[in-house]
Design a protein around this ligand. Sequence first.
Ligand SMILES: Nc1nc2c(c(=O)[nH]1)N[C@H]1C(S)=C(S)[C@@H](COP(=O)(O)OP(=O)(O)OC[C@H]3O[C@@H](n4cnc5c(=O)[nH]c(N)nc54)[C@H](O)[C@@H]3O)O[C@H]1N2
Ligand SMILES: Nc1nc2c(c(=O)[nH]1)N[C@H]1C(S)=C(S)[C@@H](COP(=O)(O)OP(=O)(O)OC[C@H]3O[C@@H](n4cnc5c(=O)[nH]c(N)nc54)[C@H](O)[C@@H]3O)O[C@H]1N2
Ligand code: SF4
Ligand SMILES: [Mo]
Length: 754
Amino acid sequence: MAAPARESAPRTVTRSCPTCEASCGLRVEIDPAARSVLRVEGDPEDPRSKGYLCPKALAMKEIYEDPERLRKPVKKNADGSWTEIEWDEAMELAVSKLSEIKEKYGNDANGYYIGNPTGHNVGAQLYIPPFLAGLETQRSFSAATMDQQPQNVALHTMLGDPWLFPIPDLDRTDFFVCMGGNPLVSQGSLMSGPNAKKRLQEVVARGPGGEGRVVVIDPRRTETAEIATDHVFIKPGADAYFLLSVCQVLFAEGLANPGRLADFTDGLDTIERVCADYPPERVEAATGIVPETTRQLVRDFCAAKGAWYGRIGLCTQEFGTLASWLIYVVNVLTGRLDAEGGMLFPRPATGRSEAGRPWEPFAHGRYRTVKRGSPEVDNQLPCGLMAEEMEEASAGEKRMRGFVCALGNPVLSAPNGERLAKALEELDFMLSLDIYINETSRHADLIMPSTVQLEHENYDFLFETTSVRNFSRWSPELFAPTEEQRHQWQIYCELGARMNGAPSWEVVDDMMVKGMLAMMVGPGTGCPEITPEQAYERLQDEHGPLRMIECMIRVGPYGDKFGANPDGLNLEKLRAADHGIDLGPLEANRLPECMPMDRIDLCPEYILGDLPRLEAGLAERSREDRMVLVGRRQLRNMNSWLHNLPALAKGRNRCTLLIHPDDAARLGIEDRKHARVSSRVGEIEVECEVSDEMMPGVVSLPHGYGHALPGVRLSVARDKQPGACANYLTDESSIDVLSATHVANGIPVEVRAA
Ligand SMILES: Nc1nc2c(c(=O)[nH]1)N[C@H]1C(S)=C(S)[C@@H](COP(=O)(O)OP(=O)(O)OC[C@H]3O[C@@H](n4cnc5c(=O)[nH]c(N)nc54)[C@H](O)[C@@H]3O)O[C@H]1N2
Ligand SMILES: Nc1nc2c(c(=O)[nH]1)N[C@H]1C(S)=C(S)[C@@H](COP(=O)(O)OP(=O)(O)OC[C@H]3O[C@@H](n4cnc5c(=O)[nH]c(N)nc54)[C@H](O)[C@@H]3O)O[C@H]1N2
Ligand code: SF4
Ligand SMILES: [Mo]
């Protein structure tokens, strides 16, 4: 690990903000002697964020300072209280309990859930493998099945790589269609770009005559819609119908023109046949969109340099995979995939979109849940099914008995959290890898906390693959961890070593790096002049995630090839770049080289298999009488876990239900008064805000609240923003089976005045 600077005078350090995908550059003024943060501000010299920051830039500081944050493992006593224990004892306890369950009941008697902050922590991402290798279970859950898994499935079946996300070329497009995303608040997801507001305003200014377009298609007139040129209401869950009608118009009006993509795309005739059944008139009642709006939008889009984008509102819904797939189909049919101003493939310095990388074919159904036989999809089981898999009454002898919850809070984030909370109490053993005693970890027998961002180095490993501009960025450790702390990667590596019977975590770490080098350098690779052994000797760090990053970036597309290309990138240069390394705009024309399959499969059979369900749903969807719930994100939240930070929890109650005035009048609901909202699985009480920003028949509630539970040690959250848990209403039985993903948008609910 790089020696942390130890000067004692206050100084300013630059790093990227690890709190959301945007990864803004920050200037952090610290007092090393007092181990305190004096100030956080935007870094004007950061080429991507140019000084921009949002209120959540303070999150890193306040988490670091939070007196309720754990620093040492805690073990639950018989009376429910917690005792701090040493790491060795904690490791011993975790490994013995998990191994015992494995031996007694089989590997799959353990299960795990991986949460979102993993994506923001390079060490957590790179060191999960040895831990999972030790656990050897197929009971694998994560936040992906409340998130982007439908997009993973579409990309895996179409291009061969679930993680090869096409990203809107926001800085060059002049016509941006945004479905089911609210980048003004989320700062862009799978479209990581700081200051989304400015970028979207520039889209409009850039268009011919200053008349570029930003078209938001969303059941709520969102913050993004407010600054867009156009907003179109759509009924939740109807996007697949709408997008098929878009395709129909493209063919019917002779506008389908894939350009160079046609040379390596299969299935163009199939999609023409499929969409022919869905002219705009036929889907109007289901979508709520008048046919002329669809036709004009398609014509205008085709006349411009457009990018057509869909995000979480299209994933976590009834037809998540179909809708996500159709977004890519529209971009192919209009020649906008892989074209400047369209949807482009980032080129990360770590080489993860280069030609010749190994192709793992799409797979599903290799394991099924015990209770209802729900198939895994690319190693993911629907996370809302964790509860029934744990309950003796549901899963019997084959139930999950050991559970590891890693950097996640599924009691608030996953469907039917109330049921999950009860089921967690049935486990023989639960390990939480978390920094708080929160709604989920309070059920654990043992909690192992990691260091937090200011205490470890980081590299924007995930977000260099999702950024609107190519970049490579290292962030320094600002405060060396104390003796009693461990990094997340060390925890995983040590657990893995002990479970695999390896002599030490160091041995496991070395094996990982050596294994990686054996594949990346030497004869027949992109680095033929050097042997893996020589490359190993040249690595800067002794251990840790940055050593693996070093291997990847030196071999990667901008790399120094371990010396063969002396001007290229290496770890020294990366660490010296105070404002990150700008690698320029996204490149066009990377297909087909950058995809593992030879040709685009525009209509994967697996996905077409769900069309009968879509067709069968049309009549039901065309009825008017449903009231449905959708989600919304807020500037000062990050899912469930920033509410304990004073700067982000202040102000009035934010956990409010938005409802259209007509619905409110009909139901006798008044602004700022309470209502009870119920679904098939639960009921909660929330404050209402009556607003015409909602589409009639649709109500909106943020997720991540519901902190006032016994045993939770989050006093600021409990006092300032307790809220109610939206996911107590999310029905775990409502699954987009193709992707194992839950429906968190478009949940049928009943609302009545409290
Ligand atoms: N209804 C509804 N539900 C949703 C969504 C929605 O839109 N609507 N969105 C879904 C999406 S997109 C996501 S990604 C998921 C998120 O779901 P989760 O990942 O399960 O939930 P988070 O709230 O992100 O919880 C993060 C946990 O990690 C811990 N943590 C944070 N940083 C660290 C760290 O550095 N080390 C350790 N050890 N722990 C840390 C926090 O204390 C917290 O317990 O929620 C999903 N749930
Ligand atoms: N401030 C903040 N930023 C965040 C997060 C956060 O919690 N807070 N979370 C981060 C995470 S983990 C993620 S995954 C990203 C998500 O980033 P986004 O995808 O931008 O997330 P949302 O803001 O939830 O936007 C979803 C939109 O979909 C709409 N919607 C709901 N149902 C439908 C539907 O059926 N059809 C259509 N067309 N629209 C629908 C909702 O009204 C909402 O406006 O944000 C990230 N950034
Ligand atoms: S937009 Fe995201 S990355 Fe930028 S300061 Fe806010 S939380 Fe941090
Ligand atoms: Mo997410």
